[in-house]
Each structure stands twice: as structure tokens, then as C-alpha cells.
Ligand binder design. Sequence first.
Ligand SMILES: NC(=O)C1=CN([C@@H]2O[C@H](COP(=O)(O)OP(=O)(O)OC[C@H]3O[C@@H](n4cnc5c(N)ncnc54)[C@H](O)[C@@H]3O)[C@@H](O)[C@H]2O)C=CC1
Ligand SMILES: O=C(O)/C=C/C=C(\O)C(=O)O
Length: 486
Amino acid sequence: MKDIKHYINGQYVGSASGKLFDNVNPANGKVISKVHEAGREEVDAAVQAARAALRGPWGKMTLEQRTAILHKVADGINARFDEFLEAECLDTGKPKSLASHIDIPRGAANFKVFADMIKNVPTEAFEMPTPDGAGALNYAVRRPKGVIGVISPWNLPLLLMTWKVGPALACGNTVVVKPSEETPTTTALLGEVMKEAGVPDGVYNVVHGFGGDSAGAYLTEHPQVDGFTFTGETGTGEVIMKAAAKGIRDISLELGGKNAGLVFADCDMDKAIEGTMRSAFANCGQVCLGTERVYVERSIFDEFVGRLKEAAEGLKIGPPDDAEANMGPLVSLKHREKVLSYYQKAVDDGATVVTGGGVPDMPGELAGGAWVQPTIWTGLADDSAVVTDEIFGPCCHIRPFDTEEEAIELANSLPYGLASAIWSENITRAHRVAGRVEAGIIWVNSWFLRDLRTPFGGSKQSGVGREGGVHSLEFYTEMKNICVKL
Ligand SMILES: NC(=O)C1=CN([C@@H]2O[C@H](COP(=O)(O)OP(=O)(O)OC[C@H]3O[C@@H](n4cnc5c(N)ncnc54)[C@H](O)[C@@H]3O)[C@@H](O)[C@H]2O)C=CC1
Ligand SMILES: O=C(O)/C=C/C=C(\O)C(=O)O
């Protein structure tokens, strides 16, 4: 069986401890590979390699040379597209139809976009008067922040890891990545592409392992890492924030959400159903931007619930290679336990189960997978944990509202503020509501329409900072002002 090693200083290396853990295919529960678990020794070696690489050829390259290499990395991913696709789908169980349109192309695009951006975004310059009349000139330059610790999740493994590594490298940093223990393969494979593209040794390092008391914690506790970027649960974000406080290291956190969809009576119903379907069920509901709370204006409530039920029941659940399948399993049996506990809680709290609520019958070896039914509820109280907690499964609760004010209040009622989708053909209303919903990302009559130049991140407990476009450049560089007396 294949074993997945760390990638440190341009070499694949195993753990000194010899400790390995299983990488499991969530579609059938079978072990796909064995993964080396990093101890402090491997994490330290990766950080030292990354520090040394800052002073090596990488640190001396011109911007042109560095960005040309990152274009080669993107081309390298595309050249091995099928290999990345196969690996990502084995690790996550997601449909190939989904990963081939989103995960792998975005994995490549994240390098190209930020390589181009760093070349084209200007910095400030200010002329100022001085008492002697000669004046002074201020100009700002960007410098790499240093060694960046990247801690990435399992729901969009390649996409979210490269969303951080792409701009970090474009800005001249070096990285140590700790991918999720659930989905290590594409992050490991990227090491080969980095090598082939000419990325110098030590610039891209990968250590595998778990979070607390394992590779994740060893990385965030390491004093020679200059900043951390993380996507995952809000509770984990708090732990990372505390670790980063020692030594005053910078953080960028993209955390949990419990996103609201607001559907007004003046919406285009077809668009609202299609968009809400994707936002609730795409990637088996494992998207931080997904909609788990849907608020629908009372006059169209019954029609909306009926149509969403019909659409959800039309989803085809199946393994990655099933070309007809548009919903895969959850990432693991452990995660399924969490999701099913909310399915049970909904019933206990008196929900009407509009559709789903359980585990589908899967044939043959698929019976060992982490499958769940797409699920819709109505009738829960606003304070039910099903309505307030991030479930991260293919499910949503739908509740009626009577006024625009009430819809906004409901949307803003939780401590999260990541994303929201507003469905209305009244453009004045859409702008008005978008301005008042407390979330970092608002879609109007769409969902997950992504322009990588835009600010991306959450307000309230959904995150700290923004990435995307110039905001990524802000995080991954130190801005230095140079004041020249003339
Ligand atoms: N994209 C997102 O917003 C994601 C949200 N989640 C949410 O989090 C819930 C739990 O899933 P988990 O995989 O447990 O998420 P998590 O937040 O614990 O894991 C994400 C990453 O953080 C690492 N990590 C965990 N604890 C750490 C620590 N103390 N120090 C450093 N690194 C640490 C993990 O190894 C993984 O690489 C999900 O049910 C979902 O609600 C999970 C993954 C992605
Ligand atoms: O498009 C992106 O950059 C990110 C999409 C999804 C997430 O961030 C997530 O699910 O965590």
C-alpha cells in the first residue's frame, strides 16, 4: 500500500517515529494509503528548511523569475490534472464532475492569479513638504513576511491550500503546510509539481498529522514561523490565534458559518431554487459558504419548500466515478456521526422532516461509506442548535418571514458572519438588504460566483482578515515605507 510522506526541503521523508495513520476513502470506508505522522522533529526540519530557503535562490530571484515559476506550477497541475482529480476524489469521495470543474482548475488558477497580481498592484507614494522647502518623498515597498504556516481543511483540499500557498509564494514567502489528516494526498502530490516547475528546495514544505497535540499544534507553537493562515472550525481558529499571540505573529482566519439565504416573494423562483440547491447540497453541504438557514417570505413559503424538496429528491447520490452522481459522501464516518446527531436533534426538537433525515441504502462495498441523505426541515425554533450551529452537511432549515426587517434581523441573529445569499428581482431591495446583512460575502441572485480579486473572509466569529486580490498581498507581505528627504 502507498505511503504518504512529508515533503521537506525538496525531499519526501518519513517520520523518525515511524508513526503512520490511515487515509480512508469515505465512499467505501477502505484504507487508501498510510500517512506519516509528523512529530516536533519533522515540523522543526520543515520550518528550518523554509527559513533557509528565504535566504537561498528563492529570496534572490527577481519578481519575473519567481512569477514565471508559479505559472509553471499552475501548468504542472493542469498537466497532471487527472492524477490530481483521482487523488482528490479518493480522499474526499466527491463527484469527479464537481472536482473537475471546481477543485482542480482553481488549484491551478490560484497560482496564476496571484503571480499576475503581485506584478501589477501598485503601492503608495506621497510627496510631502519640509520646513527647508526641499520636500521629501515617501514610497512603500512590499517585502515577504517570511515563513508562513498554512493549516488547511478537508472540504476543498487542493483549492483551499493553494488559495493560501499561491499568494504566499507569489509574495516571496516560503511555506510549511499542514493539510487536513483526512485529505493529505493532493498537498503531497503538489511537491512533485513544485520540483518539476523549478521551485527551489525548502520553499514548499508539507508535514502531515493531526491538529491538537500533533503536527498542527507543533507548527503553530513553532517560534520561527512568522504568520499563520487557517481555514476551518471557529474553535480551532481560537486555539491558533492564542498560539500565534506568542511572538506576536500575524494570522488570517477563515472560520465557520451558519449562512442565511433570504428569499423574497419578488425573486425569480427558478433561480432561487437552483441557487439554494447548490448552496445547501453542493459538496455534500461541506462548504463554509453554504446555506444552512433559509428564510422565505411567507406568501411563497409553501411553493418554495415544495420545489426545494422535489429538487433535493432528484439528487443522485453516488461515488466519484458515477458520471450521473451529483452528491458524494461526507468526508468521514466520524463527520457523519456529527451530522446525524443533528438529524436526530432536529426530530427531538420537533422539526417537520420535509425530506431525508437518514442514511441512504448504498449497494455493495459502498455500504461502508459515509453517506447521508440530503435533508430539509421546517418548524424549528430559532434557538434550536440545528438552526444555530454549523452542521457542515447536506441540510437546511427553512423558516417563513413576513417583513424585510424581520428577514434581516433573522439573518443577523447569530455570532457568525461569513456569507449570505439574497434572492430578489427588486434591485433596490437587494442592494438595501445586502448593505445591512452582517457577513463578509453577500451574493445577490447567485451563490459561489467567485472573482479571485475580491475580498474574501468573514465578519464576527467567522474570521479575522480578508484574503483575495490585494487583501492577500496585504497579509502575505510586510509593507515598508521609505521616506527620502530631498
Ligand atoms: N472550510 C471550513 O470552513 C471548514 C469547517 N470545518 C468545520 O469544522 C468542523 C470540524 O471539522 P475538523 O476537521 O475537526 O476541523 P478543524 O478546524 O479541526 O480542522 C481543520 C484543520 O485544522 C487542523 N487543526 C485542528 N486542530 C488544530 C490545532 N489545535 N492546532 C493546529 N491545527 C489544528 C486540522 O488538523 C486540519 O488541518 C466541521 O464539522 C465543520 O463544521 C471543517 C473543515 C473546513
Ligand atoms: O472559493 C474559495 O476561495 C473558497 C471557497 C470555500 C471555502 O472557503 C470553504 O468552504 O471553506
